[in-house]
Design a protein around this ligand. Sequence first.
Ligand SMILES: [Zn+2]
Length: 87
Amino acid sequence: MIFKYAGIETELEDHDCPHCKKPLEPWLGPPDSGWGVLLVCCNNQCPHYKDSDKDIVNKRSDCTLGCRYAENPENGYKSFNLVAMCF
Ligand SMILES: [Zn+2]
């Protein structure tokens, strides 16, 4: 897929989430995170994301906070847990 941000076009490999088999979506990390574009599973029904719910202490009830499956294209598509909220 081609992802475009700030006038820059980035070509990303098409990857599927190993947990729910949905295609990962490009997501631009917050400017202060040091991340560029990440591939993130944005599926709220993803078993990986749903299970992560319980592991987070001090979770705000008004906010969706959980660990989403993500891969970092800048790091050889290495997978990691992206703690994300309010998607
Ligand atoms: Zn998933």
